[in-house]
Design a protein around this ligand. Structure first.
Ligand SMILES: Nc1ncnc2c1ncn2[C@@H]1O[C@H](COP(=O)(O)OP(=O)(O)OP(=O)(O)O)[C@@H](O)[C@H]1O
Ligand SMILES: [Mg+2]
Length: 315
């Protein structure tokens, strides 16, 4: 095939792909961003949920503190859904700027409408403030102080300044902010600025749940699988060993236990075998070396192999 022909073919294929994309985009567009979350509302999650209800009723802001993947976002989603609110969030990092939260002009629309409201694309914080939604400031202690401060007026004074439009807007009275963060001593986090810390009056601490509750959570996230009770016990025992091991710096989260249960089920089904210790050890070797952080100088595969061997008697 000549070079030109092959280029034409690629271009036609690309045009088709673009049309498909537009069709898919229309089909998959999320109209209602509220999402019913199948949360296991027991133990620490029930206590946290009730504290959130009371803080919200008292007009106080809540901060959720807990290690990665312990259920902070799931809890917020559930809370927003139960309140009937739209749920917006931003995960903070050095790359998040005030415009990420508040909004910015779309240059092509500015060309048409000028620097006017029609050309302005509001950010998630502004949308939540206008619609009376719930805004989750995720990983708030990774945010730059200057960026975090752009939320203060809306949280405290009920008004928000949109600098590009040179306008103050009145914040909807249902607007609510929940903050979430990993404990401050974890890598990549910084101390929360006092101005923000002082405005969050109710700090709720979460951790990885005890085994019986983790089992219910894993089951809730594996509705399509029939996992034998003994396999659940082995997977959760293994995770517990990781969380207590001196060579593991940051342990596997709930995503890892859910992932282990799902991958082990699929492997057992595909190989038409029992979900036994051998399969659990195989999926542990696939998932756990990259799901944890290990103490400096420790080889992930070796630590995983040791804990798996000690817990399951296989590797
Ligand atoms: N109580 C619960 N009931 C059911 N599923 C849960 C529960 N808690 C957590 N999960 C599930 O565990 C996984 C991790 O939870 P989530 O994403 O909420 O953690 P996170 O604390 O926000 O994590 P990160 O620190 O990475 O933001 C998700 O799949 C979530 O649905
Ligand atoms: Mg989260």
């Amino acid at each position: 095939m000549s070079k030109q022909k092959s280029t034409e073919k690629t271009t036609r294929k690309e045009a088709g792909a673009e049309k498909d994309f537009a069709k898919l985009l229309e089909m998959k567009r999320v109209e209602d961003i509220r999402e019913d979350v199948k949360l296991v509302l027991e133990g620490q999650y029930k206590e946290a949920y009730e504290a959130m209800l009371d803080a919200h009723a008292a007009g106080l802001y809540v901060g959720l503190v807990g290690p990665v993947g312990c259920g902070k976002t799931a809890l917020c989603r559930k809370f927003a859904y139960d309140l009937g609110r739209e749920f917006y969030w931003v995960t903070f990092s050095d790359l998040v700027r005030p415009a990420t939260l508040i909004g910015s002009f779309d240059p092509t629309l500015v060309f048409k409408f000028g620097f006017a409201a029609e050309s302005y694309v509001p950010g998630p914080f502004t949308l939540a403030a206008l619609q009376g939604g719930l805004f989750l400031a995720n990983e708030i202690n990774r945010g730059d102080e200057y960026v975090l401060n752009s939320m203060l007026d809306a949280m405290e004074e009920g008004r928000l300044y949109i600098p590009q439009l040179r306008s103050w807007i009145k914040v909807d009275e249902d607007f609510y902010v929940v903050s979430a963060m990993n404990p401050a001593e974890m890598r990549g986090t910084r101390k929360l600025p006092e101005a923000i810390k002082d405005r969050i009056k109710v700090w709720i601490h979460l951790d990885y749940p005890p085994r019986s509750l983790e089992r219910k959570i894993v089951e809730a996230n594996c509705p399509e699988y029939k996992i034998p009770a003994i396999a659940y016990e082995k997977i959760l025992e293994l995770l517990e060993q990781f969380r207590g091991d001196a060579q593991v710096e940051s342990p596997p989260s709930l995503r890892s236990s859910i992932g282990m249960a799902r991958l082990a089920s699929e492997r057992a089904a595909r190989t038409k075998s029992k979900l036994d210790n051998k399969i659990i050890a195989e999926v542990a070797n696939l998932i756990l070396p990259d799901s944890c952080q290990f103490k400096p100088g420790k080889k992930p595969e070796q630590v995983v192999a040791r804990i798996v061997r000690d817990t399951l008697g296989a590797s």
